[in-house]
Ligand binder design. Structure first.
Ligand code: F1P
Length: 355
């Protein structure tokens, strides 16, 4: 946080900008769209990034699996920024997609020139060498293979990028920018609260899933990617089949999977989609699913709706993904540990996929 946000800035200050990412401002000149390229957990961070870049800064953004982009690239468009995200900075598909983006624009007119940006915690990596401009997330190295702290740090990078663009393009009132920055500053304390208050109950809850073979994760809006990430963490380290869905899509098919043996985790953070998620969760409960809510206990009796509550503090909906993902990471960790699995070295997974 200290690396990105200017302490001196106040709304109305035209001398100092609120955010200092240290990247070349020419990346932003006449910017019309953004292509995000990433794999796995980093791709999920990209989906949250898309929400922020579109909703805060008004820039059309698409999020591509780097492994697919190599073979089905987006149409060549002018004034496009390609952002590669990789915690290891060594993922071959992400590097190849960025290299291809650079190569196919070589020799074209100025409007079509490649603009490349990397988001990584390893600026010394191959990604750092390939791309001139990097947002260093300062997250350090992941000890385990499955990305956790680096995911949260990638989200922070996207909040900072989207706010910087929103400030420059004047798509948000400065008072709202200040409000979001203040909210971001409070997150470390709130994350500590989730860790200290929830870890014991999540460890206990993990005992309930000794025989569980399938899990469903539901989220909407800015928390849909967090449902995907919760499911991926469970797959990666617990080897349990898990799917994340936008909660409103459940009735279009996945609801057929539900019975008492399939727990459903619903991310229900107060805000624009709150009531909708609660009603989607109730549909799941009506099919006998064990319902686990990631939610603050406020404004309604969470215990009446959910069988289990993974409690998080009340926070601005825009910032809620950073808090919602923590109990999901803990849940995957404790289910894996309970099953006697090596949470740091899951089978079949490489720390960085270099082929
Ligand atoms: C991408 C990724 C990780 C996943 C596993 C395999 O890594 O898909 O998200 O947990 O380690 O690689 P990266 O490009 O962010 O290093």
């Amino acid at each position: 946080l200290e690396a990105y946000f200017n302490r001196e800035w106040q709304p109305g200050d035209n001398q100092v900008a609120p955010i200092n990412l240290g990247i070349n401002p020419e990346l932003y000149t006449d910017l019309q769209q953004i292509e995000i390229l990433a794999c796995g957990t980093s791709w999920h961070a990209g989906l949250v990034g898309k929400y922020l870049l579109e909703q805060l800064a008004g820039i059309p953004t698409s999020v591509n699996y780097a492994s697919e982009y190599r073979y089905a690239p987006a149409p060549l468009r002018p004034y496009t920024l390609a952002i590669g995200i990789s915690q290891s900075g060594e993922t071959a598909d992400t590097l190849a997609a960025l290299a291809m983006e650079n190569q196919r624009r070589t020799g074209l007119s100025a409007a079509y020139q490649a603009r490349l940006l990397g988001i990584t915690n390893r600026p010394e990596s191959s990604l750092g060498n390939l791309v001139a401009d990097i947002i260093n997330t300062h997250a350090g190295i992941e000890i385990g293979v499955a990305a956790t702290k680096t995911f949260v740090a990638q989200l922070m990078a996207f909040y900072s990028l989207a706010l910087d663009l929103a400030y420059r393009r004047k798509t948000l009132p400065e008072a709202r920018i200040e409000e979001i920055i203040q909210g971001l500053r409070q997150l470390p304390v709130q994350i500590e609260q989730v860790l200290s208050s929830q870890e014991g109950s999540i460890e206990e809850l993990a005992h309930e899933f000794a025989e569980t073979q399938d899990f469903i994760f539901l989220g909407r809006g800015i928390n849909f990617p967090i449902a995907l990430e919760g499911a991926l963490k469970l797959k990666e380290i617990s080897y349990i089949h898990a799917e994340g869905y936008p909660a409103g899509e459940m009735k279009h098919g996945p609801i057929a999977l539900l019975d008492a043996k399939v727990p459903v985790v619903a991310i229900a953070m107060p805000g624009t989609v709150y009531e909708k998620v609660i009603s989607n969760a109730q549909e799941a409960k009506a099919r006998d699913a064990r319902l686990i809510g990631v939610t603050p206990q406020n404004g309604f009796d969470a215990a009446e709706i959910f069988n289990d509550v993974l409690q998080v503090p009340v926070v601005d909906e825009l910032l809620s993904p950073i808090l919602a993902v923590i109990p999901l990471q803990l849940l995957a960790y404790h289910i894996a540990a309970r099953r006697g699995l090596d949470v740091d070295q899951p089978r079949n997974l490489a720390k960085s996929v270099t082929v």
